[in-house]
Design a protein around this ligand. Structure first.
Ligand SMILES: CC(C)(COP(=O)(O)OP(=O)(O)OC[C@H]1O[C@@H](n2cnc3c(N)ncnc32)[C@H](O)[C@@H]1OP(=O)(O)O)[C@@H](O)C(=O)NCCC(=O)NCCS
Length: 144
């Protein structure tokens, strides 16, 4: 498996995972904008031309807002998300991003566990942040 920058040619497979995973999926245009932005970092995990997962962040004023993390259903619990996020944070630090934030559904135990293992700490709750189903978000930060 290799972890590398997402390219335009990956977006079709990325959207297949995105649409299966989220009730408010990003459009292919959103991924295209992200891939084309010089301030953003989007990565895929790929094996034999199959995209197994992806993640990415927007870089703004020294901070990285992690917007997407997903692994296809048949490949979860193998450490793929952890490896992708470690590479993402490494690449971001090279771009002088020092502090990172994300939101996660309060019920998303695997993701919360993973972010805590990477050093993220809970910083607050956004009430009813998510729709379909309505749910609070935990705001997390990883600071230098
Ligand atoms: C969250 C997600 C990205 C994790 O990807 P992954 O590749 O399976 O993650 P990893 O294998 O690197 O790590 C998963 C960790 O969660 C743990 N885990 C799995 N199920 C769990 C559960 N129900 N409760 C607590 N921890 C759990 C695993 O044991 C593992 O931790 P460990 O390394 O200490 O054993 C993946 O489950 C996914 O795509 N979910 C749907 C999309 C999503 O929720 N994205 C996050 C949005 S904020």
């Amino acid at each position: 498996m290799q972890i590398r920058r997402m390219g335009k040619e990956d977006i079709k497979q990325v959207c297949t995972i995105e649409n299966k995973t989220f009730s408010h999926p990003w459009s292919d245009k959103s991924f295209l904008d992200a891939v084309n932005s010089e301030h953003d970092i989007y990565l895929v995990a790929e094996e034999n031309d199959e995209i197994l997962g992806y993640c990415g962040l927007w870089g703004i004023a020294g901070e990285g807002q992690i917007t997407n993390v997903a692994v296809s259903e048949g490949h979860r619990n193998l450490g793929i998300a952890r490896q992708m996020l470690e590479v993402l944070l490494h690449e971001a630090r090279k771009d002088n991003l020092t502090d990172f934030t994300l939101e996660v559904r309060v019920s998303n135990a695997p993701a919360i566990h993973l972010y805590h293992k990477l050093g993220f700490v809970d910083a607050g709750i956004r009430k009813n942040f998510y729709e379909k189903p309505t749910e609070d978000a935990i705001i997390m930060w990883l600071r230098e």
